[in-house]
Every structure is written in C-alpha cells, then in structure tokens.
Write a protein that binds this ligand. Structure first.
Ligand SMILES: [Ca+2]
Length: 424
C-alpha cells in the first residue's frame, strides 16, 4: 500500500473488512519465528509539548482499547515504548498531494525489471504458489503481481514500527477514526500472538509485510499456510503473505479462469457514454457494437463486462470483468488494478499493450480538478460536488459538456478540457 517508492495516492485495503477472526488465546505467547521481521527504524525526536499531548491522548484511548477486548497486559506491553512519530505525519501530508499520469505509473509499476523479477519469483516459489493456487483458486501470477506492486517482491516491506505510527495517525486526526480502528486491530494482532510489537513493522500508514496488509484486513483474511501456527506476513518467507492475499481475493469474489480484463479496440464512432463501470454487457453484445480484442479474435464469454478508457479516447481501452472488482478490493484505484492485471498478464508471458497512451497530456492536479468541477457545475453540468476526484458524476458531466460542444464524449478530464471551460 502506500509506502515510499509506491506511486498510488491514498491506498488502503478493504475498509469494509468484516469480522475479526479468532486468533489463538493471548495467554500463551509463543516464541517468534526465526529470521523474522526487519528491525524498526528509530523514531525521530519531537517537541515536548506534542509528546505530552500525545501521551494524554493515549491515556484516553486506553479505555476504548480495553472496551474493544484489548487486555491490560497487551496494552501495557505494546504501548510501553510508543512515541509520537513526526515522520509519519510528514509522509501523510506529502502523499495526499501526489498525482501522476496513468502511463507514468504503469511504466514503473510494470517495468521490465519487475516482470523479470516476478518470473524469477514464480520459479523460486513454484511449489508454494501452486499449492496456494490449488487451495484458493486464484491465479498465482495475480498473487505474485500484487506482491510485486506492494513491496517489490518483499524488498520494501517497510521498517516503520506499526503501533507508534498508527497511534500517531489516530492522534493527528486527519483520518483519525480510520487509524484508531487500525490501532485497535493492530493491538488485537499482538494479543493473538502472531507477532510482537517489536517485530510488527511496515509502511508509515500501517500496511504490513510482503503484500502490505493493514491490520483490519489482516484480522479478516490472513492465514497460516506454512502450518507453524502463526500467520506470519512479516518475515523473509513470503508464503503466509501470498496465501493471505489469495484468501483475500477469493473472499472478494474472485472467479477462477476469468481475466481481470482484456485490451480491446473500440470502433470509430463508438458511443463513449457506454464506457465506465456502470454499463455492463456480455462480450457478444459488445462485439455486436464493434468492440474487438486488441490482439485479434473475439473476446470469450467471461461474463458481464464494462469498457474502461482510463486515459480517454486517445488511449488504450479495456473490457473488464468481475475479477477487476475483486482486485479493486485490495486497492480501489483503477490504475492500480490495471497495473496488477497487466503485470500478471506479463508474468504469464503475454505482451505489452497494443495501443499506446496519449503521453503528451499532463494529468490535472487536485486543484485543477476542483476548478474543472466548479466550472462544469457553473456551466450547467452538475458534478454533484467539487471534491477534486474524477468519479462517475464528474465523468457524466464531462460527457454532457463534450456533447454540447461537439467534442468526442469520452468523459476524460484533461487540461485541454479545462482550457475550453475557462474560455467559455
Ligand atoms: Ca505460518
């Protein structure tokens, strides 16, 4: 998820994680596995006033933790050395400003190096990956692709001590309630005996281990695949983490044998009003509208599909299936899902995209997106709010505006479009 060197903004796994799974009782702490997690980076100092406010926040938070089933013993042990981590807040502020075009993102997400390393990992962990695929029915290449995206195959699992990081973010309050829940979930993990507070490391925003599970996702989906009684996603051996990711996708509705999506060519004169996740048709119905596979032939009937044009009419188009949604439970950004999907295809030996991206265009900044929404709404094309995020309502408004001006209605937000609006 959101660790340094990763590109997607604000990425968090399944907010909707459901029940906490019943871990082993906390009364019997077991010795930790050998070769365990990286040692956490030291926490830089902060001013005394902040530290004091933070301490008093934690004193208040303790009763909430206890009310949620955390024992006095776990709290005292896990919180003993917790300090405010100013670095985490720095990262949090920086991350929220980050924007990148989808092609720049995919260039690094699915680099030749990442494809080559992924293939090497498929060979190295062949036995474990085949066993995981058999058990969960999720393509091993997809699991490995997520591993590659989340931590560069385990190389960047993160060395931030998780409990202080989550406590700092819960105290900070920008997304305080989210991180308060993660903190309680993290304490539950420690209480279960799967890891101790010293070995619970990860990225600054609480994502942990090879496939960067946040604590609530860990509680819901992590599995012990090695059979040592411990769900260990932190140590060198990636087996439990990879199996946990497969379990997560299986529970997110993964359909065996179905691709995430297929690159397609849209016919000239295609109605871009039909693009987006809101419209679903069978591959045969899309074929009847002139949509064909980019690599030739017809798209097999994998089930109901939508058409995505992530960079507008001038870039590649994709026919996406239910498994696109399953991957998006891991991280909801379309570019992330396309990155995982494409990397998995490359790991299966398939080639790069047939169509190229419109690389001359620059992505809009958050500020420009807000301006676009304001101008659209003022011009009578309601975007239903101006949050700086281009969602379904804004796309619809753009399509309506483009139609009114005789522009190709692809619903895609560009600087050119903003300039047209500024001139109107
Ligand atoms: Ca294990």
């Amino acid at each position: 998820m959101a660790i340094p060197g990763k590109i997607i903004p604000l990425t968090f796994m399944a907010f909707s994680a459901l029940s906490a799974c019943a871990g082993p009782p906390e009364s019997s702490p077991r010795p930790l596995a050998r070769g365990s997690a990286p040692v956490a980076d030291p926490i830089p100092p902060t001013d005394a006033a902040t530290e004091a406010r933070f301490e008093s926040f934690l004193a208040g938070f303790k009763s909430r933790a206890l009310a949620n089933g955390i024992t006095e013993y776990t709290w005292n042990r896990a919180m003993a050395d917790v300090r405010y981590n100013p670095k985490v807040i720095e990262r949090d502020r920086y991350q929220s400003e980050f924007t990148k075009s989808i092609w720049d993102y995919l260039d690094s997400a699915v680099s030749d190096e990442r494809v080559a390393t992924g293939k090497q990992m498929l060979r190295q962990y062949d036995r474990q990956l085949n066993a995981i695929e058999r058990k969960y029915g999720v393509d091993k290449e997809v699991v490995v692709a997520i591993w590659g995206m989340e931590s560069r195959y385990g190389a960047y699992r993160g060395k931030t001590a998780i409990i202080p990081a989550l406590a700092t973010l819960a105290y900070d309050g920008r997304r305080g309630e989210f991180f308060a829940k993660q903190l309680i979930a993290a304490l539950k993990i420690i209480q279960s005996g799967d890891v101790d507070e010293r070995h619970m490391t990860g990225s600054w925003a609480g994502a942990m281990g090879h496939t960067q599970f946040i604590p609530t996702s860990y509680l819901s989906y992590a599995v012990d695949f090695t059979g040592d009684g411990r769900r260990d996603i932190w140590s060198e051996d990636p087996t439990d983490a990879l199996a946990s990711t497969a379990a997560y996708l299986a529970r997110s509705g993964w359909s065996k044998g179905q691709p995430w999506g297929v690159e397609v060519i849209l016919p000239s004169g295609f109605n871009y009003g039909l693009t987006g996740k809101g419209t679903k048709k069978s591959p045969a119905d899309w074929a009847a509208l002139g949509v064909r596979s980019a690599t030739g032939g017809t798209v097999p009937n994998y089930g109901a599909a939508s058409i995505l044009v992530p960079a507008g009419a001038k870039g590649p188009a994709f026919m996406i299936f239910g498994n696109f949604r399953a991957i998006s439970r891991y991280n909801s950004a379309d570019s992330y899902v396309i990155g995982v999907g494409h990397l998995s295809d490359r790991l299966k030996g398939k080639g790069p995209f047939v169509q190229d991206w419109p690389r001359t265009g620059k992505p809009l900044s958050s500020k420009q997106k807000v301006e676009l929404q304001e101008r659209l709404t003022a011009a009578g094309f309601d975007t239903d709010g101006t949050d700086g995020k281009i969602g379904a309502n804004t796309s619809k408004a753009i399509v309506a505006f483009q139609k009114s001006r005789g522009l190709p209605p692809d619903g895609y937000a560009t600087l050119e479009l903003l300039q047209v609006l500024r001139g109107s």
